[in-house]
Design a protein around this ligand. Structure first.
Ligand SMILES: Cc1cc2nc3c(=O)[nH]c(=O)nc-3n(C[C@H](O)[C@H](O)[C@H](O)COP(=O)(O)OP(=O)(O)OC[C@H]3O[C@@H](n4cnc5c(N)ncnc54)[C@H](O)[C@@H]3O)c2cc1C
Length: 407
């Protein structure tokens, strides 16, 4: 099948909080931006009933409502959306390719914000009961259908305990399997204390899932005591897994740098190991995976993408232009010697404005252009001719030095 090719300034892979924020920044900067989401725009946060820790909502908000607003805001800035799965990427070179079943999307910048997916227990028969057959990952989605029923929650982190408490509003009983000793949980203290006092919650300490049982649908989960190996059968209507996430990074393996768990490595500008490719949100190796931090990452990635594109434009149309020879002054605004040389550069520019294109690159603001020119020290002057670097000089004292070098 011949795939349809579309071109964008920025393609964002994923449609969660990080992706939508990056898209808002890119859209607002008037970049032609596409977000590709394979399931639900809004990402994981849409599965969360209550978000109480996202700033700006003293009474809390719903994940769905919050993400809906992110989505609307991105659309307001002209961001386009495609609901499809990214199958592969080719990220080398200036024009990157993002491939889906029907399309090849070309982009100058790719922002990877593909988040993570819920971790499975790996216990026997698990795959037989996933999603609508009794094993769920979303209390918001499946709480109402468990009204007056018995549910089992696996895990003791923030998500497990907070979502477990939410489930007590519907289910008659919420049993929680915790792998730690009695009273020890991975969640925050407030959630822990509330959960321990909740009369609908019953804790099975030192347990993990041994196997899942049922005919068409899940009816029983066999827990195993990790200390005694005793099998504890629990009859349930549904089982909710909240035991962490694994990053959606399979298609980037061998292309983008990752840690041993498959989370992407970036610097503080969300830059990956490939120029023009950024990563943001839960997909990154980072300390705290939350909506607030996904938003922070997305904002940085969007802003960095904009700067990268502006620098690319300057690099190609001005510095490496074949129309006129170029002179690039690489300086640092906080360096005295660099500042002293500025008037000399200005004089040179005024005198030769019809013969030479002068560009000033302040590496205090960004090192991107200096890196592209292969210059790491300052002050320095780079001469370009016919789209190539012809000379680099690092000893500059007066205008004659510049003229002697370039004219
Ligand atoms: C039950 C639960 C409760 C939570 N509660 C809170 C809370 O109270 N407060 C809080 O701040 N955070 C909470 N979080 C965490 C929060 O949801 C995440 O930190 C946040 O959603 C991360 O956003 P993201 O954009 O990085 O990734 P995600 O939201 O995971 O979005 C990534 C998106 O990328 C898409 N995708 C992946 N691969 C591809 C592909 N190949 N092609 C196209 N699309 C792709 C996915 O479908 C997904 O929609 C909770 C999470 C869960 C699961």
């Amino acid at each position: 099948m011949n795939k349809k090719v579309e071109s964008y300034d920025v393609v964002v892979i994923g449609g969660g909080a990080a992706a939508l924020t990056a898209a808002i920044y890119c859209g607002r900067a008037r970049l032609n931006t596409l977000v590709i989401e394979k399931s639900l725009v809004g990402g994981l946060a849409t599965y969360t009933n209550e978000i109480e820790n996202y700033p700006g909502f003293p009474e809390g908000t719903t994940g769905l409502g919050l993400m809906d607003n992110f989505h609307k805001q991105a659309k307001k800035f002209g961001v386009k959306f495609k609901l499809t799965d990214v199958k592969s990427v080719d990220l080398e070179g200036e024009i990157k390719k993002v491939e889906t079943f029907r399309n090849i999307f070309e982009a100058k910048v790719v922002i990877v914000a593909s988040g993570g997916k819920p971790r499975l227990t790996g216990a026997k028969n698990e795959e037989l009961f996933l999603y609508d057959k009794g094993i769920s990952f979303c209390a918001t989605c499946d709480a109402a259908s468990n009204t007056d029923k018995t549910v089992l929650v696996i895990g003791s982190g923030d998500a497990a305990i907070e979502e477990g408490m939410f489930l007590t509003k519907f289910a008659k009983k919420v049993i929680v399997s915790v792998m730690h000793d009695t009273g020890k949980m991975d969640c925050n203290e407030i959630a822990k204390n509330e959960a321990l006092q909740n009369s609908k919650m019953d804790f099975k300490w030192n347990t993990v899932v041994d196997s899942f049982e049922g005919d068409e649908r899940l009816t029983r989960v066999n827990l195993r005591n990790v200390k005694t190996n005793e099998i504890i059968p629990i009859d349930v209507d549904s089982c909710f897994l909240f035991i962490g996430y694994i990053p959606n990074t399979e298609i980037f393996k061998g292309i983008l740098d990752m840690n041993k768990n498959g989370y992407m490595l970036t610097n503080e500008k969300m830059e990956t190991n490939i120029e023009g490719v950024f990563a943001a949100g839960d997909v990154r190796d980072k300390f705290l995976k939350q909506v607030a931090t996904a938003v922070g990452d997305g904002a940085i990635a969007g802003y960095a993408a904009e700067k990268y594109l502006a620098e690319s434009e300057t690099f190609h149309t001005q510095i490496m232009s074949k129309d006129l020879p170029g002179v690039v002054y690489i300086w640092n605004a906080v360096d005295e010697k660099c500042r002293e040389l500025l008037p000399i550069i200005d004089n040179f520019e005024a005198k030769y404005k019809d013969k030479v294109k002068v560009t000033k690159v302040d590496i205090y603001k960004s090192t991107g252009l200096a890196n592209r020119l292969g210059v790491t020290t300052f002050p320095a002057l780079v001469a370009t001719r016919d789209g190539k670097i012809s000379k680099i000089i690092k000893e500059i004292d007066n205008e004659q030095d510049i003229e002697a070098a370039f004219i």
